[in-house]
Design a protein around this ligand. Structure first.
Ligand SMILES: Nc1ncnc2c1ncn2[C@@H]1O[C@H](COP(=O)(O)OP(=O)(O)O)[C@@H](O)[C@H]1O
Ligand SMILES: [Mg+2]
Length: 352
């Protein structure tokens, strides 16, 4: 079941009253079946004009399948998708003219220069000769590759190549931009450069963007709204803030005790503000709380009075990770946040 925290604009592309912009994308009960396997199960959402919308989910969730249906690359099994007001199944060509697509795999031609890669695409999309050069210059500026226009693509770093592919997806001036895992495989510095670039694009062009990611931080930083997808189903939808607020507790205390003990969950559950205690591994707990500082203080006092040692302790704000765990019961963690180590001095005479 989808828990729609905040429904998108209620209007369908067809029948929208005058003065109300129809959504850029409307997906209605869309299903994709591969043989007996249902990869996408009756998904519904709408993306407003100008919005950056994120599909967040682990590998195999169905994100690429959703993008492939919305971009006319694979047929829809049932339900429908309207992109720019056009039905992807009935008006594929009209849809293709409005969209730019960055597929998950890198597809620029290694043996061509940066400019040649863009120029081929501009021709493929029948961009008139007079506009071609202007568009190429603009997109090269937008992705900060202008001084590399003559470079062979194979000499570019992974991050630069991603930026080239983003430029290529924009060279025919699409209204709606689909990006499938735009930063997967990039090092952290290149990833942040791509995020900044996408943010700039949002400010300077009237683009609607739909991107998929399994990076929580990416979704959090870039997206106006996020749909969490798991096993082909949409499990939650809202702004990053709404999603975080929908999870009980506003802080997460991560604690590791030196000693395993069956009673830790119950003891932790009694501390002020605690709304949930999740067991991670031996002696390691994630404690959701509405009052991080008070819970932490009491936790340290409790451990001290019991003569127990903490191996580590950290306090964080609720993250989209917690949202994911809340809605799916599973962890979606790509990079662990390094906890601040907090070593308790052993009490004299305490049991090891
Ligand atoms: N052509 C296909 N034939 C059969 N199964 C597929 C095909 N493409 C994808 N799948 C399956 O559909 C599910 C969703 O895949 P995908 O949309 O690629 O997930 P994601 O992009 O979220 O990682 C996976 O279980 C995948 O194995
Ligand atoms: Mg994928």
């Amino acid at each position: 079941m989808t828990r729609t925290l905040k429904p998108g604009p209620a209007m369908h592309a067809e029948g929208a009253p005058p003065g109300v912009a129809p959504p850029a994308i409307a997906v209605e009960d869309i299903v994709k079946r591969y043989g007996d396997f249902e990869a996408v199960k009756k998904v519904n959402f709408q993306v407003a004009d100008g919005e950056i919308f994120g599909l967040l989910g682990p590998n195999g969730a169905g994100k690429s399948t959703l993008i492939r249906m919305m971009t006319t690359l694979i047929p829809v099994t049932s339900g429908r998708a309207l992109v720019g007001g056009h039905d992807v199944s009935k008006e594929a060509n009209a849809v293709r003219r409005m969209i730019g697509v960055i597929p998950q795999a890198l597809t620029s031609d290694q043996d061509l220069t940066v400019e040649e890669n863009l120029s081929i695409y501009a021709k493929l999309y029948s961009v008139p000769r007079a506009e071609r050069e202007k568009n190429i210059n603009e997109v090269l500026e937008a992705v900060d590759l202008a001084k590399w226009r003559g470079a062979q693509t194979k000499t570019l770093s992974g991050g630069m190549r991603r930026r080239l592919e983003i430029a290529r997806g924009l060279v025919h001036d699409p209204r709606i931009f689909f990006l499938d895992e735009p930063t997967t495989g990039l090092d952290p510095v290149s990833r942040i450069a791509v995020w900044e670039m996408l943010n700039n694009l949002k400010k300077t062009r009237s683009l609607t963007m739909l991107l998929t990611t399994h990076y929580m931080e990416e979704a959090d930083r870039l997206c106006d709204r996020i749909a969490i997808v798991d096993h082909g189903t949409l499990v939650a939808l809202g702004t990053p803030v709404e999603l975080k607020q929908s999870v009980p507790g506003s802080n997460v205390v991560e604690v590791q005790f030196a000693r395993e003990w069956d009673e830790w969950p119950a003891r932790l559950g009694q501390l002020t503000g605690v709304t949930d205690v999740q067991s991670q591994s031996a002696g390691v707990y994630r404690v959701l709380t509405s009052n991080g500082s008070q819970t932490t203080t009491q936790l340290v006092e409790m451990a001290t009075s019991l003569g127990e040692q903490l191996t580590s302790l950290s306090v964080q704000n609720t993250s989209l990770d917690d949202v994911f765990v809340h809605y799916t019961g599973r962890q979606l963690r790509d990079e662990q946040i390094k906890p601040v180590n907090f070593i308790m001095p052993p009490r004299p005479g305490a049991q090891p």
